[in-house]
Design a protein around this ligand. Sequence first.
Ligand code: NAD
Length: 245
Amino acid sequence: TRIRPSSKRCAVIGGSGFLGRHLVERLVGRGYTVSVFDIRQAYELPGVTFHQGDLCDKQALLSALKDVPIVFHCASPAPGSDDRALFQRVNIDGTRTVIQACLEAGVQKLILTSSASVVFEGTDIKNGKEDLPYAKKPIDYYTATKIQQEKLVLEACSKEKGFLTVAIRPHGIFGPRDPQLVPILVDSARRGKMKFIIGDGSNLVDFTYVENVVHGHILAAEHLKAESPLCAQAYHITNDEPVRF
Ligand code: NAD
């Protein structure tokens, strides 16, 4: 059965961000009415209602999640920050608050943007699948909190409560308005810091075009059902070919 237009409502937590905004634009294009919840409002778009607030504030979340069956959670402090307390507060405590608010608001599906680095132990992974264990020694504190966050969301999946969850794990995301990946590479190159090759030059790294990451999120949302194998699963999301780096 197809979702009737009237039931195509969703919320995007972190919808002002790089990935979040692409997701919002694609959702609107598919006929969804979207509520964005973010600490900042970055743009205006017909079909989109903005709710400015901190995801650690359950009351603020509840007003944005009212009558919303699907929630995408793609908010996070910038990975480059060294503010451990902030990562803990937003990615771990805040994700608990998001789950609690979803349950109280009667949300049916929660789609989390996780990260492929949750399985990265510092050594090469080739053709890694989702059955790899979580990293015992994550590469940084940001990643440690992404692991905890993913576990919280997947463990909250409950068919009895009618609350289904799934996690999408992109690696580096590139595309229009990318604030980090390509600008940082270009800046390093300009400062003459890209003249060294680590290894023999054949290292590959997984960058994913933002539209593919968005597509993965929407497919996950639309196929997540009580009887579906997606429930409580994490999915790596990648392009066909890794990028030579
Ligand atoms: P981004 O910084 O562009 O967007 C994050 C958004 O979250 C921002 O708009 C920010 O204002 C919002 N936010 C931060 N703290 C908040 C809070 N307490 N309450 C409400 N909103 C808050 O980042 P992005 O690149 O779009 O990343 C989106 C998600 O994708 C994140 O979960 C990130 O961990 C994940 N991810 C990103 C990449 C990448 O290469 N960009 C790779 C893997 C995973």
